[in-house]
Design a protein around this ligand. Structure first.
Ligand SMILES: C=C(O[C@@H]1C=C(C(=O)O)C=C[C@H]1O)C(=O)O
Length: 396
């Protein structure tokens, strides 16, 4: 069994139970990178990297085990957190490599004796603040998008916005526990990179999943309605706008398969799925990599897929240029992707949605909404507000 369970309460010089929050402080104070995550139905896992996390191109199949943290823009710095130190978390308590008692003891000793006041914060980048959230500019942005879609410039675009808030007494352990409880179907994650801040999220959207050398999976997720749990999923009706919006994402994925001449894939859906207080339409695409003799499919598709039309638009280049010109802020890691690579033979990358960035007592929450020619600007505004509540509901 994990040793920390029977440990004595905090006493000077003694090893005590280590909470997720202590571990984050330890990493901040030492300038280490940390990733903690929970895939749906799985245990909480985490890793620490004590070195430089900048990375260039990544090859998923041959990569060492770690965790990829990729920004929305391909031009920005990408991070790969190597699995130098591994741990699991149960009831908020950390256990280092459960199979290696000595490593566990050594880590606890190091952390207990580390000086929590020695500041990493010096290492942190200073971020610009963002203007106080405003409904009008977002609605104007959506109106502009609709106008340009009607003029035939593109078919779909996903404008987003950022909301700055202050948080007092933030406790990672509590927030993480609430997220895993409230969002059982989400990829819940906390990613800390000294120069990027702490990012926390509960994403409903897989970008690339590979299981061993055999199974590849991705999804087309779009269309949003609020959901209070009272209706059966079979009774949910979707409008033409939502069906079309999700179909663009499916078409985009199929076009990526076409580019690499991949014809054999299973397509399941679209089905209605629950993501907290929201529901979406989801189509799952599955490929048997052995049957199609394509062992590098994970890496190839990761590069082709991102950014999908669930977070950017259709056609990609026009929508992306429009966002860069009109959105008015830097998405940083929002709508990028993140997740474990080659850990236990699997790679599980998710789109970084329903997320926030935290630096000291400041937080920034992000959300976007798919706009087509049939969009209603006020509804898209509401949709981004409900999406932001995924995080706002658990931090207060
Ligand atoms: C852009 C976001 O979500 C994406 C956009 C959706 C939509 O437009 O309906 C739905 C799910 C996600 O693919 C977000 O959560 O910020």
């Amino acid at each position: 069994m994990i040793e920390t369970k029977n440990a004595t309460p905090p006493q000077p010089g003694k090893i005590r139970d280590l909470q997720l929050t202590d571990l984050l402080d330890f990493c901040k104070n030492n300038g280490f990178a940390l990733a903690v995550w929970r895939q749906p139905g799985k245990e909480i896992q985490g890793i620490i990297d004590t070195g430089n996390t900048h990375c260039q191109e990544i090859d998923l199949e041959s990569s060492e085990p770690g965790y990829l943290f990729h920004p929305f823009s391909d031009k920005k710095i990408k991070h790969f957190i190597r699995a130098q130190i591994r741990f699991t978390v149960s009831d908020g308590t950390v256990a280092f490599d459960p199979y290696n008692k000595q490593q566990h003891k050594d880590m606890l000793r190091k952390i207990s004796s580390s000086d929590s006041s020695s500041g990493l914060d010096k290492k942190m980048m200073i971020f610009e603040d963002h203007p106080v959230e405003q409904e009008k500019p977002f609605i104007e942005l959506v109106k502009k998008a609709i106008k340009e879609i009607r003029q035939g410039h593109f078919q779909k675009v996903v404008p987003s916005r950022i909301k700055a808030i202050r948080i007092e007494g933030f406790d990672l352990k509590t927030v993480f526990q609430r997220l895993i409880k409230n969002y059982p179907n989400a990829f819940v994650s906390a990613t800390f990179v000294p120069e990027a801040g702490l990012w926390i999220g509960a994403s409903p959207e897989i970008l690339v999943n590979t299981e061993g050398k055999r199974i590849f999976q991705t999804v087309a997720l779009a269309g949003t309605q609020s959901y209070d749990g009272s209706r059966s999923l079979q009774d949910i009706a979707w409008t033409q706008k939502e069906i079309e919006e999700q179909a663009y994402v499916s078409r985009y994925i199929i076009n990526c398969f076409k580019k690499i001449r991949l014809r054999e894939f299973d397509e399941i859906g679209p089905k209605t799925i629950i993501a907290g207080k929201l529901i979406h339409l989801k189509t799952t695409f599955r490929v048997d990599m052995e049957a199609v003799n394509f062992p590098q499919l994970g890496t190839v598709m990761m590069k082709l897929l991102h950014p999908t039309s669930a977070v950017c638009g259709m056609p990609l280049e026009t929508a992306s240029a429009w966002l860069e010109k009109n959105e008015g802020y830097d998405r940083e890691f929002f709508s990028g992707f993140l997740g474990p690579v080659n850990l236990n033979e699997n790679t599980n990358l998710y789109v970084n949605l329903r997320c926030m960035k935290l630096i000291e007592d400041k937080a920034w929450v992000y959300a976007g909404a798919g706009v087509t020619e049939d969009s209603h600007p006020e509804k898209e505004w509401m949709e981004t507000s409900i999406k932001m509540n995924t995080l706002l509901d658990v931090i207060h």
